[in-house]
Design a protein around this ligand. Structure first.
Ligand SMILES: [Mn+2]
Length: 421
């Protein structure tokens, strides 16, 4: 029995507000699906953050549908949980994954915690915030009891664990039951594989560079997924690396030799298939950083998708980073700052608002804000609440037709959107 384990594909994420980056995420997801089919696995597990948000765009939904149907055509089912990005922690709320049940996606949820794939017991839970970790822990105890009846078992979770994530974790390693053979984790975007319980605990990492602090891990471990062979006494793990479509290039250039430095860089990037993202550090700068930025932009702007410069002044130990607002255009600065926030709805709103307001288009700005409010908050009034509950009931009845459902629903009642991973 062989399966593929992936996580954190974040379909629909528009990094730096750039459509090109959104397409990169789709492209790499397509490559992952093709490679999974080549590997001739029996099934696939996706450990959450399939989508960037709980309200994916039609494009993101279609890109996933394309991959899911390809897998279906190859006779490979997919099991999936919701992560912190693609779920709303509200009682009865449904994640976008549910849309694909009728296309064969096996959604693991609080009302449907486990499946059998031949003789393999597959159990899991969606993301639970730290405030709900007691609920999560008691549910893990229940799943552990059920797993005891089976020879081979897999636990699927989207959580931070203290031993691998120093801050913002929801579980300590001791909270995780030790009688599963394989722990299919998601949430941490780096590749991690360790011995745990009867077998292995693995974070396959994100499939693209979602935040630039993942570049180092990408250089070391690549991006991709794992193929797990369950036949032996311990699971055998094979890392399958998938190249990301676009290069992130980091360079230090000396201002005194800026011209030759730029020429060297041009040589490196001119033949790349896709325009790279450049992270440049300019040292020994002895003139206005805005002026230096203009030179870089003039020389390399056409050859790159985005330039992220930092400046080191001559005779100065202090590194001048992107916080120097007058060296970068305001729109680039907004995009730059938004990366840490990681919520593409808000990204889009901020950038659109900037564009409209900088042209004094006050009425259009008001319309945009009103629409954002309607899209995101209007559902709190009574009428909308009623409609939402009705839809959820219909979906649950629909799902109950084909699957066993424990008569319970999500205990999670808080609204939470993780900004970290
Ligand atoms: Mn993630």
């Amino acid at each position: 029995m062989k399966f593929a384990h992936l996580a954190d594909t974040h379909l629909g994420y528009r990094q730096f507000g750039l459509i090109e980056r959104e397409k990169d995420f789709y492209e790499v997801f397509g490559k992952v699906i093709d490679k999974i089919i080549e590997e001739k696995v029996d099934f696939v597990i996706h450990s959450g953050d399939l989508f960037e948000t709980e309200k994916p765009s039609p494009m993101a939904l279609l890109e996933f549908q394309k991959g899911l149907l390809k897998l279906k055509g190859a006779g490979i089912p997919m099991y999936a949980i919701a992560g912190n990005h693609d779920s709303v922690m509200r009682k009865g709320a449904i994640p976008p994954q549910v849309i694909f049940k009728k296309m064969g996606l096996k959604v693991i949820s609080p009302i449907n915690t486990n499946y059998m794939h031949d003789d393999v017991f597959i159990a899991g839970l969606p993301f639970y915030p730290a405030s709900q970790s007691n609920v999560l822990k008691s549910k893990l105890v229940e799943l552990s009891k059920k797993a005891a009846d089976h020879d081979k078992s897999i636990l699927v979770l989207h959580q931070g664990i203290d031993s691998h994530l120093n801050i913002q974790y929801e579980l300590e390693i001791g909270d995780i039951p030790d009688n599963f053979d394989y722990y299919a984790l998601g949430h941490i975007h780096k590749y991690i594989v360790t011995d745990f319980g009867k077998g292995k605990l693995v974070y396959p990492g994100s499939s693209e560079i979602w935040k630039t602090d993942e570049i180092e891990d990408y250089r070391k471990n690549g991006k991709g997924f794992v193929v797990v062979d369950l036949d032996g006494s311990k699971p055998q793990i094979k890392r399958v690396k998938i190249d990301i479509p676009r290069e992130f290039i980091e360079r230090s250039l000396d201002y005194k030799n800026l011209e030759s430095g730029i020429e060297g860089l041009k040589e490196t990037i001119k033949d790349l298939d896709k325009k790279p993202i450049l992270k440049l550090k300019i040292n020994n700068v002895d003139s206005d950083t805005g002026f230096v930025y203009d030179i870089i932009k003039e020389e390399l702007g056409e050859l790159s998708l985005m330039i992220r410069p930092t400046f080191n002044m001559v005779g100065d130990d202090i590194e001048i980073g992107n916080d120097i607002t007058n060296s970068i255009g305001p729109e680039e600065l907004i995009v730059e700052k938004l990366e840490g926030y990681g919520n593409s709805d808000v990204d889009k709103l901020a950038i659109e608002l900037y564009r409209l307001l900088s042209k004094d288009r006050l009425e259009d700005s008001q319309t945009l804000i009103d629409q954002y409010f309607v899209d995101n908050y209007q559902s709190t009034n009574d009428e909308m609440e009623f409609k939402t509950e009705k839809i959820e009931e219909d979906v649950e009845e629909d799902v109950a037709e084909d699957e066993n459902i424990d008569e319970e629903s999500s205990d999670v009642q808080v609204t939470f959107k993780g900004a970290l991973k």
